[in-house]
Write a protein that binds this ligand. Structure first.
Ligand code: HMH
Length: 207
């Protein structure tokens, strides 16, 4: 089997499971998550998405022109997402100028470090980051209000399609990448899976 995104998911199924199935999401589905815990996730994710937007800008800068369209669409969606996060924070009377927790800081620093990696590594990382939220919010099934809106943002069919196209773009460049670059892509995938697991867990740390 050739080296591609499907192979990464199969090779690292256990850690990927931990990245996408977490008590935070299960408690959103059950409606039992504490408001304070949900708000902690919301604020940390806003801070994450600011840095993720910058990462996507760097991915664009590294990408071949025939990959621009999808990435530019992703950047436009992130502009909308940042506005939406600010609305959600305002509704909940949360202060966006809050401190990143260590996990969020480390994850953001890691995204920054990806900017100097070969494009196939960046494309794989981008796909993994988006797939984690697509699957994470989708797998529990229909969530009650107010969590339904959040689940829908990353679980909706259009987002699933976007993630599939990201996978195709990553696969295309992984196929012809050197063994060393493929190995770097695999390391990035594993690192992101661990960060995603830790990210959900932050909701249960004291704010
Ligand atoms: C932590 N991972 C995290 N936050 C997000 N918003 C996404 C992935 C997907 O955009």
């Amino acid at each position: 089997m050739s080296f591609n995104c499907t192979k990464l998911l199969l090779t690292h199924s256990q850690i990927w499971h931990a990245a996408t199935i977490h008590p935070f999401l299960q408690q959103c589905k059950l409606g039992t998550i504490k408001t304070q815990q949900f708000n902690t996730w919301l604020l940390q994710d806003y801070l994450f998405v600011v840095e993720f937007t910058r990462m996507l800008g760097r991915v664009l800068a590294s990408a071949p022109p025939h990959h621009f369209e999808l990435i530019l669409g992703g950047l436009a969606a992130l502009q909308d997402e940042l506005t939406w996060f600010k609305q959600k924070a305002a509704e909940r009377q949360l202060n966006l100028h809050t401190k990143k927790q260590p996990t969020c800081t480390e994850y953001c620093e890691y995204m920054h470090s990806l900017g100097t990696k070969p494009y196939p590594v960046q494309a794989t990382a981008l796909w993994a980051i988006e797939l984690a939220y697509n699957q994470g919010w989708q797998l529990p099934g229909e969530m009650p209000a107010p969590y339904k809106e959040f689940a829908n943002r990353w679980g909706n069919p259009g987002f699933t399609e976007y993630v599939k196209l990201l996978e195709q773009q990553a696969d295309e460049v992984l196929e012809t990448a050197t063994d060393d670059i493929q190995q770097q892509a695999e390391e990035a995938f594993v690192k992101i899976a661990k960060f995603e697991q830790d990210f959900w867990q932050m909701a249960f740390n004291a704010a």
